[in-house]
Design a protein around this ligand. Structure first.
Ligand code: C5P
Length: 210
């Protein structure tokens, strides 16, 4: 099939969407954009420098996404706060849409990819998991990175971020009406990848690789 393959993946934090996005991108040899990193970079930079978030978003450079601190929960909270500001979202829109419209296609993951950024994507996935499964994953991930935390704190922070992301007026987290729902509560990364790949292949897309 020669149709461009844009895979839009949305879902809450620690649902497994990031791992799935990276694996699908590698399989189909497409560039991948973790759009959460954009919001984290804006939130974290404006928190540390006191600059206006919308101004930071307007001048964001790809190198700004390399800071390892962006992966932490503090940057996630700051990212979720600035993500509710319409000017920030507007200033990040062009970068994301240009990324998705180059070459043979792209994989983007975030909260509003299927609804706002790529509403015409031929493949839309909405990845979810129970709050407990997501908190357990996040907890293990933080521990593996050597960060000291306790599970009730991880669960509480996740609930706070979920609420802010779902209740905000600007592009709230929600599944596009034509998105395919994938609940990964009882799946490991391999099972989630196999299920998503089967869905995409049913739509007629195949990897060009050997
Ligand atoms: O996915 P991640 O946890 O890295 O996202 C950080 C924050 O950025 C989210 O809590 C959400 O508020 C925001 N975000 C967004 N739209 C996206 C991606 C992330 O609002 N497309």
């Amino acid at each position: 099939m020669s149709q461009r393959l844009v895979i839009a993946i949305d879902g809450p934090s620690a649902s497994g969407k990031g791992t799935l996005a990276r694996r699908l991108a590698a399989h189909f040899r497409l560039p991948h954009l973790d759009t959460g990193l954009l919001y984290r970079a804006v939130g974290w930079t404006s928190f540390r420098t006191g600059r206006m978030p919308a101004e930071v978003a307007a001048g964001l450079h790809p190198d700004d996404l390399e800071d390892p601190d962006l992966k932490g929960d503090d940057a996630g909270q700051q990212g979720s706060k600035v993500a509710a500001i319409p000017e920030v979202r507007a200033n990040l829109l062009k970068f994301q849409q240009e990324f998705s419209s180059r070459g043979p296609g792209a994989v983007l993951d975030g909260r509003d990819i299927g609804t706002v950024i790529c509403p015409d994507a031929p493949v839309k996935l909405f990845v979810t998991a129970s709050p407990d499964a997501r908190a357990e994953r996040r907890y293990q991930e933080l521990r593996a990175r050597g960060l000291d935390t306790i599970k009730p704190r991880v669960l509480a922070e996740m609930a706070e971020r979920d609420r802010r992301d779902s209740e905000r007026a600007a592009a709230p987290l929600k599944a596009a009406p034509d998105a395919w729902l994938l609940d990964t509560s009882d799946m490991d990364a391999d099972a989630a990848f196999a299920a998503a790949l089967a869905f995409i292949e049913r739509k007629g897309f195949r990897s060009a690789g050997p």
